[in-house]
Ligand binder design. Structure first.
Ligand code: 48H
Length: 257
């Protein structure tokens, strides 16, 4: 076969634009491709919801790649093993089960994609769309535009539900707090992440996985940051359980409508 560069270019651009246009209106838009976002994407897409996940960086996986202090290992407790099994991630040990962080990220991403979720990388969510005091979509720009500091207007997409899975900086909730205030927290604001306490934090991250503003759910480390719970270090069971929990909450809510 004789190769033609313009045909390579056409194949890429046509396919990428088609995927983008196909995802301008979705059931669930997930911001952040860390472990909680990827787990949510799989369980929602598996139930035939249309799911688009936007990740600022080139690679998904968030804080999972780095394992613990860059030893490429994560710890998972027994409560999260059914999720590890769903994604076919191997682990070993007893009580404190250990998995390879690289295998974990690769399989979380593959699981989400195979379930039908669409992942867009290199895109930063810089704002939300709001109608009648509810979040109803995302405002997007290329991450490279932000890095270069260019003044380029963003584009937008619509979603019935938005998930903030942005981890420690809890970016989507911060935007909503800045623009409209009154989140569903005790102070109406982001309470802020507390110092490390794995036992408490891992329990609280599932409880803190909630609808924090109409149309906006929070999962993973962002959930603990919003509700003022501690961090947990490189134990990832809570991230997986929180991702599954947010999918369950949205599925319940979607059935009621
Ligand atoms: C697009 C964005 C934007 C944006 C951020 O940090 P993450 O891995 O998040 P979680 O909550 O799934 O997992 C947290 C875990 O990795 C962790 O940090 C733990 C357990 N820490 C404990 C401790 O004590 O430190 O992933 C978030 C993702 C990242 O990939 C970001 O690049 C991405 O979200 N992101 N993507 N638009 N505005 N903001």
């Amino acid at each position: 076969m004789k190769l033609d560069e313009t045909r390579i270019t056409r194949a890429i651009v046509e396919s990428a634009v088609k995927d983008f246009l196909d995802n301008l209106e979705v059931d669930v838009a997930i911001v952040g491709g860390g472990p909680s976002g990827l787990v949510a994407a799989k369980y929602l897409a598996e139930e035939k919801l249309k799911v688009a996940l936007f990740e600022r960086k080139l690679s998904v996986g968030g804080g999972m790649w780095g394992g613990g202090m860059m030893y490429p290992k994560i710890v998972v407790q027994k409560e999260a093993l059914p999720i590890m099994d769903d994604f076919k991630i191997k682990y070993e040990g007893k009580d404190y089960f250990v998995a390879n962080s690289i295998e974990s990220v690769a399989k979380l991403a593959a699981g989400a994609i195979d379930a039908g979720a669409e992942i867009f990388n290199g895109i930063t969510v810089e704002d939300v769309m709001m109608r009648e005091k509810a979040v109803c979509g995302l405002v997007l720009n290329w991450s490279s535009v932000n890095v270069a500091g260019l003044h380029v207007d963003p584009l937008a997409m619509a979603a019935k539900y938005v998930i903030d899975a942005t981890g420690h900086p809890v970016e989507v909730c911060s935007i909503v707090q800045r623009k409209v205030g009154n989140l569903a927290t005790p102070s109406g604001k982001i309470e802020g992440e507390k110092s490390m306490w794995a036992d408490k934090s891992e329990r609280m991250v599932v409880e803190n996985t909630k609808e924090v503003y109409p149309g906006l759910y929070v999962t993973g480390m962002a959930a603990n940051a919003v509700y003022g719970a501690p961090r947990m270090g490189p134990i990832f069971g809570g991230m997986l359980l929180s991702g599954k929990r947010v999918a369950e909450l949205i599925l319940e809510n979607n059935c009621r409508k």
